[in-house]
Design a protein around this ligand. Structure first.
Ligand code: ASP
Ligand code: MG
Length: 436
């Protein structure tokens, strides 16, 4: 069995939905994981924030706009009145449900229930479309099997048991359809795997069923060697190792959700990135093997904040770093980069919700400086053969750009530098010239 995940743009309108129906119509046994149609989750987020703010009029007008958009999709997608009626009825019931929240108290629980509607609708639309085309398929509700634990992390053991039970009771089917992104938490409430989480769903599903392959279908032809939004003539990479792909995804390559590599890596299931618009292109294949090319790709991650703790006295002592890290742990804030000297330690973070509290705590250990509007530029590849001077090439390319931090040697796949965001585009282009 293989897993195919189609992102928001791949199901973004009625013709796209028809295209993917054609694409999946073969004898291969498969689970299809769908995102919400492009734009829907953003609209639902904005509806929810109006409801939080008790702006019922604004919420209602956004709900009506979105609902009408779906009736248009229904009219374009189905040719028979039977399926137009069925699908319209389905849309109406989802939107009646969303509207029911405009009357009551609005909390995180209601917000998550609203956010789940996008994937519930896209999968139901697709399921009806396959039915109208006489293509047999079974809808597996993600809320029946996708689970997170008390920490809010996916519970792979439970997902495995639940999903395999669901499949067993529909064993004769070749095509299963399910929702990405949505799940239930440890209290059984509707929850989600955070924005962009459909890739993560696909990877967890692939791991749970020990799939032959996990395919992530988007609107670009694989992971590129540099950011196509800022650099001309980038090209897709044909092979990446799990570690290389994880570094690129984490440090800014938008094509793949950063968490989605790990389940596939642990279960050693190849991940293929494919372009829905150009299905014949090879895309990028991510496996446990690295193909040995030395420098592969560059990615950039914005909105980085650097925190420097100056403390000549404490740094000499062991246990200091533990105390520093504990503060970040308490505030559930991951650290991306770290550098140390005898008198100071610098770290970077990209989640700043608890920055003020973190700084207040850190102040007990030394003088703290905070810098924002920074970007991590990450060069990924195979840096084992350092004698060939790859790291030197990176720094040579960046010689006209002020560098705030450098991270090298943490893994064999990554050289990262921290620069001002205003220097990002220049840095990406200079690196492109010197490295490729
Ligand atoms: N629909 C969700 C989002 O827009 C999940 C996803 O598409 O991956 O974030
Ligand atoms: Mg995505």
């Amino acid at each position: 069995m293989i897993v195919l995940k189609f992102g928001g743009t791949s199901v973004g309108n009625s013709s796209r939905i028809k295209e993917i129906a054609e694409l999946i119509n073969n004898n291969q046994k498969k689970i299809i994981v769908l995102s919400a149609m492009a734009g829907t989750t953003n609209d639902l987020v904005s509806i929810a924030s109006h409801l939080y703010a008790k702006e019922h009029e604004a919420a209602n007008s956004k709900i009506n706009l979105l609902e009408n958009h779906y009736y248009k999709v229904v009219n374009e997608l189905y040719h028979s009145s039977e399926f137009r009626e069925k699908a319209s009825g389905m849309i109406k019931s989802h939107f009646d449900y969303i509207k029911s929240f405009t009357l009551d108290m609005f909390t995180l629980f209601e917000e998550k229930a609203i956010l789940a509607q996008g994937e519930l609708i896209s999968t139901a639309l697709f399921h009806y479309f396959l039915q109208e085309q006489n293509i047999k398929s079974v809808l597996l509700p993600a809320l029946n099997f996708m689970r997170t634990n008390e920490e809010g992390e996916p519970d792979l053991e439970e997902i495995k048991v639940n999903l395999n039970t669901e499949i067993k009771s529909n064993e004769s089917s070749d095509i299963y359809i399910t929702q990405g992104y949505i799940c239930r938490n440890s209290y059984g409430e509707i929850d989600n795997l955070k924005r962009g989480g459909s890739d993560y769903s696909a990877s967890l599903i692939g791991a749970a069923i020990e799939a032959e392959e996990i395919q992530i279908w988007t609107d670009i032809d694989g992971m590129h060697n540099n950011d196509p939004r800022f650099v001309d003539k980038t090209h897709p990479l044909s092979n990446l190792s799990f570690d290389e792909a994880a570094e690129l995804a984490y440090f800014g390559a938008k094509i793949l959700h950063p968490s989605s590599i790990l389940p596939a890596k642990l279960a050693n299931i190849p991940v293929r990135l494919k372009n829905t618009m150009k299905p014949n292109l090879e895309g990028t294949l991510i496996t446990s093997e690295s193909d040995g090319i030395s420098i592969k790709a560059i990615a950039a991650k914005d909105s980085i904040t650097a925190i420097k703790i100056n403390s000549g006295r404490m740094l000499l002592a062991y246990g200091f770093l533990r105390k520093v890290f504990e503060i970040f742990e308490i505030y559930k804030t991951p650290i991306d980069m770290i550098t140390t000297s005898e008198v100071a330690v610098s770290v970077t973070i990209d989640q700043t919700e608890n920055l003020a509290s973190i700084v207040e705590e850190l102040n007990k250990y030394g003088r703290v400086e905070v810098d924002s509007n920074l970007t991590i530029i990450c060069v990924v590849g195979n840096f084992i053969a350092e004698s060939k001077g790859y790291a030197v090439k990176v720094f040579d390319a960046l010689k006209s750009i002020p560098i705030r931090m450098i991270s090298y040697g943490g893994s064999m796949h990554n050289v990262s530098v921290l620069v001002n965001t205003s220097d990002k585009v220049k840095a990406l282009n200079e690196l492109n010239v010197k490295l490729f």
